[in-house]
Design a protein around this ligand. Structure first.
Ligand code: NAD
Ligand code: TYD
Length: 372
């Protein structure tokens, strides 16, 4: 299979997932001269329907494969003359990692190591070796651990401390521990073998095509169906939210203009307490469904807190802004408006992904709620 007619041949792993599908769409449309090879195992979180609009593009290829399968990864790299990898495939939900940490170690740690080793071996076998090659690791701010909430009742920001690229890794959940471990392997391959790598650590994403086990899509769906909204603890945890297309734009920019060996934080300086987001989403859904605004507040159900629940995440993304000129394009309220509209207009997508198996998992997990 020749890749000569394409200027670059880029693997995106996890391209059928939430962020991956936005990134694949952006790259396929913006760079017809690149071939984008979407490598995804299609777990419960992967859905090719996320890419219906671009699946027939000449510069798009899909390969169903597991990133922990070394032979498969090597073969795809050789078949498509791959010169860059953007690695997103992962188990990504903290609550699942608390229930079943092993798959997180396998997919997130071994999967990353497999891609690193396969790309190193493949690129070393070429005459130009690592020249013009790039391994890009998509990571999370959760690797940095948690920040204090020093102004719990004030306006955002909720404290003076932020995660910078210099913050020491201190993960708490099995999910963040697996992502941190993967990032360490990425750095080790850079420092030990000279593999050209870049890591970016992004804050919480939201937007269309996010699997409805994460806060925002889960709650939109539950409000629509009049189901309880399980708020962990008192809803006081703070997250820093970014619209998914802004994350995809940042990855595109860093991929092209970032410096190999460097790390970039991505975030919108947009901190919100969970309970405030819940109220905003309730107001938005109620209004769009023609209900009395705030009517669905009765669905708020405070449940037992998540074990080891990180209090606050807040990203300092000034390096990305100052060095590469990136900034988020959407205000949060605008992004929530777009997101709620999308979920309400795409009920079929939601029905398809909320299979019986997922519903059962969900029921088991939230069995201990205490309704207020
Ligand atoms: P997601 O769960 O929606 O999608 C993950 C994708 O990876 C799915 O398509 C799934 O099929 C695929 N996958 C899982 N295991 C695989 C395997 N063994 N082999 C091949 N494919 C496999 O995740 P997401 O929210 O889109 O996150 C993507 C990446 O971005 C992850 O690495 C995550 O850690 C990171 N990240 C996510 C957020 C966020 O808020 N969602 C924030 C920062 C960073
Ligand atoms: P989530 O979307 O799972 O992202 P993360 O854990 O990676 O930050 O959760 C966002 C926040 O919302 C987090 O503080 C946990 C909280 N949360 C709830 O209160 N109830 C829920 O049902 C879910 C899924 C999350």
């Amino acid at each position: 299979m020749s890749g000569q007619q394409f200027r670059r041949n880029i693997i995106v792993t996890g391209g059928a997932g939430f962020i991956g599908s936005h990134l694949v769409r952006l790259l396929v449309k913006k760079y017809p001269e690149y071939r984008i090879i979407n490598v995804d195992a299609l777990t419960y979180a992967g859905n090719l329907a996320n890419l219906k609009d671009i699946e027939n593009c000449d510069n798009y290829v899909f390969r169903k494969a597991d990133v922990t399968d070394f032979e498969a990864m090597r073969r795809i790299m050789e078949d498509f003359h791959v010169d860059a990898i953007i690695h997103l495939a992962a188990e990504s939900h903290v609550d699942r990692s608390i229930k079943d940490p092993f798959i997180f170690a396998k997919t997130n740690v071994l999967g990353t190591l497999t891609l690193l080793q396969a790309s190193k071996e493949y690129w070393e076998s070429l005459p130009e070796k690592f020249d013009g090659k790039l391994y890009y690791q998509v990571s999370t701010d959760e690797v940095y651990g948690a920040l204090e909430l020093t102004r719990p009742d004030g306006e955002a920001p909720y404290g003076d401390e932020f995660f910078t690229e210099q913050t020491r890794y201190a993960p708490h959940s099995p999910y963040s521990a697996s992502k941190a471990s993967a990032d360490h392997f990425v750095r080790a391959f850079h420092d030990t073998y000279g593999l050209p790598v870049i890591i970016s650590n992004c804050s919480n994403n939201y937007g269309p095509y996010q699997f409805p086990e994460k806060l925002i899509p889960l709650f939109i769906n539950n409000i629509r169906h009049g189901k309880p909204l399980p708020v962990y603890g008192k809803g006081e945890n703070v997250r820093d939210w970014l619209y998914v297309e802004d994350h995809a734009r940042a990855i595109d920019l860093i991929f092209h203009r970032g410096t190999p060996g460097e790390t970039y934080n991505i975030g919108g300086f947009n901190e919100w307490k969970n309970i405030d987001i819940v109220r905003l989403v309730i107001r938005t859904v109620d209004r769009m469904l023609g209900r009395k605004e705030g009517e669905s507040e009765r669905l708020i159900t405070f449940v037992t807190d998540r074990a080891g629940h990180d209090l606050r995440y807040a990203i300092d993304s000034s390096k990305l802004h100052d060095e590469l000129g990136w900034e988020p394009s959407l205000q949060f309220e605008e992004g929530i408006e777009k997101t709620v509209r999308w979920y309400l207009d795409n009920q079929e997508w939601l029905d398809n992904v909320t299979s019986g198996e997922y519903e059962n998992y969900y029921a088991r997990f939230y069995g201990d709620s205490d309704t207020h």
